[in-house]
Design a protein around this ligand. Structure first.
Ligand code: UD1
Ligand code: CA
Length: 456
């Protein structure tokens, strides 16, 4: 959008969170609050985005990268003072500036769009996004005159008991005529209970100058929820979670118990996939269609192919092919790549391992730092001995080979194509293709020995 700019307020420490983590970096459905806000503004196509940062600025910059410009507010003297820090970047531009708090992650892009439109239609110098919550405590109240026009905003702490009865609140999101905003900001004083420079005071200043000030009320109060403490954080989390699961259900995903299913804001899920209770999908995971994700599975930053089943398992930063079965109780650790029609059974741990198509590790195994070919069968209790206490070594298991139960494969080692490893072997040397390797003591039977023992 031409001549539309945005200022994101993110310099407050967030004392009420009682946290070491900078407030706006607290995640809601897996994504830092401020990133939700910046995502929405980007979606609207604002020409420039300036994020106001304070202590912990580096962490916010690391999170948002070059998606935003930054202005430093060294001391947190209030929201008006915060916006003023963008003066050198935006102050001289003609256009409309959206100001939005980094702690209101639930505001939808559609609502911001409607706010901008209302602002344009009313030719206002400022338009406030307002809401009517059940309990307005803590928010700035919108004070209207007898004709219903906005006069000013009064903060909770400065409000008289009569003003505290007002239900309409300031969401902390506004549109301004850019030049009028920066001129008015310079006139804001800090004569209030908190001794802060309040951005909402700009409204009264513009009004007194005879400018048009307008308000756009959203009917969905939930959107304007400001996260100041952990109680509000959990409210934001549950509202956003409900929105996300609803989106997926509308896209054709079956979710057995939506209140007990946790999906990150950025996850992608194909249609006819079924999510059973307790499923948690984090990060930028992608799950294809017709999958069954069984109870309490936890999938983080992973990609899962069509018709794959994951039962009560943990999959992290890995790729799993189509028509594959995982679990119950399997652990797929980072950098693993499992092929199609493969099987990873119960109590199997896989780490940094490539497992080819149609290969099986069905029970009780640890396969780490390994390259396993296609159609390989790895017997129960197999272990890749990949670590000598200092370094990690690679195990290679070639196509069509068969590893018997309870084998130790001491890496670095290669099991050649089509080779067999006898059950109970400890393999320390490479096994040639098509060979049978037996790495265990020969069995000796002592006939009648038990009888002799008992006679002693
Ligand atoms: C603010 C509004 C209030 C509104 C509410 C909506 C003011 C004075 N009050 O109150 O009218 O109802 O939001 O949620 O604006 N920040 C800075 N620098 C500062 C202070 C704050 O960048 O010096 C940032 C914070 O990081 C936060 C945002 O501004 O993202 C709002 O600050 P916060 O302290 O949460 O304001 P509220 O008391 O919630
Ligand atoms: Ca707030």
């Amino acid at each position: 959008m031409a001549n539309t700019y945005a200022v994101v307020l993110a310099a407050g420490q967030g004392t009420r969170m009682k946290s070491k983590l900078y407030k706006v970096l607290h995640p809601v459905c897996g994504k830092p609050m401020v990133e939700h806000v910046v995502d929405h503004i980007q979606e609207l196509g604002a020409e420039r985005i300036v994020t106001i940062v304070g202590h912990g600025a580096e962490m916010v910059q690391e999170q948002l990268g070059n998606r935003s410009e930054y202005a430093l507010q060294e001391e947190q003297l209030g929201t008006a003072h915060a916006v003023l820090q963008a003066d050198s970047v935006l102050g001289n531009l003609e256009g409309t500036t959206l100001v939005i708090c980094g702690d209101t992650p639930l505001i939808r892009p559609e609502t911001i769009q409607a706010l901008l439109q209302h602002h344009q239609e009313t030719s206002a110098k400022a338009t406030i996004l307002t809401g009517i919550p059940e309990d307005p405590t803590g928010y700035g109240r919108i004070i209207r005159n007898a004709e219903g026009h906005v006069e000013r905003i009064v903060e909770q702490k400065d409000a008289s008991s009569e003003q505290q009865l007002v239900k309409e609140i300031n969401s902390g999101t506004y549109c301004f005529d850019n030049k009028a905003l920066f001129e008015a900001l310079k006139l804001v004083k800090n004569e209030n209970v908190q001794g802060e420079y309040y951005l909402p005071d700009v409204i009264e200043i513009l009004k007194q100058q005879g400018d048009i000030v307008s308000a756009y009320a959203t009917s969905d109060f939930e959107e304007t929820l400001g996260v100041n403490d952990r109680v509000a954080l959990s409210q934001a989390e549950s509202i956003m979670r409900a929105r996300i699961v609803e989106k997926h259900m509308r896209n054709g995903v079956t979710i057995i118990n939506p209140t007990n299913t946790y999906i990150s804001a950025d996850a992608i899920i194909g249609s006819d996939t079924v999510l059973q209770p307790g499923v948690m999908i984090e990060g930028s995971s992608e799950i294809a269609g017709e999958c069954i994700i069984g109870p309490n599975s936890h999938i983080v930053d992973s990609k899962i192919g069509d018709r794959t089943t994951i039962h009560s398992s943990v999959v992290t930063k890995s790729v799993i092919g189509s028509d594959t079965a995982v679990g119950p109780f399997a652990h797929i650790r980072p950098d693993s790549e499992v092929g199609n029609e493969a099987k990873i059974g119960n109590f199997v741990e896989i780490k940094k391992t490539k497992l080819g198509n149609q290969s099986k590790v069905s029970h009780l195994s640890y396969i780490g730092d390994a390259e396993v070919g296609e159609r390989v069968n790895i017997g129960c209790g197999t272990i890749t001995v990949n670590y000598d206490g200092k370094n990690k070594f690679l195990t290679t298991i070639e196509d069509d080979s068969f590893v018997g139960c309870n084998s130790n494969l001491v890496a670095p080692v290669t099991i050649g194509e089509g080779a067999y490893v006898a059950a109970g072997s400890t393999i320390t040397k490479n096994v040639p293709a098509q060979a049978l390797s037996i790495g265990r003591a020969r069995q000796e039977n002592k006939e009648g020995y038990v009888k002799k023992l008992k006679l002693k």
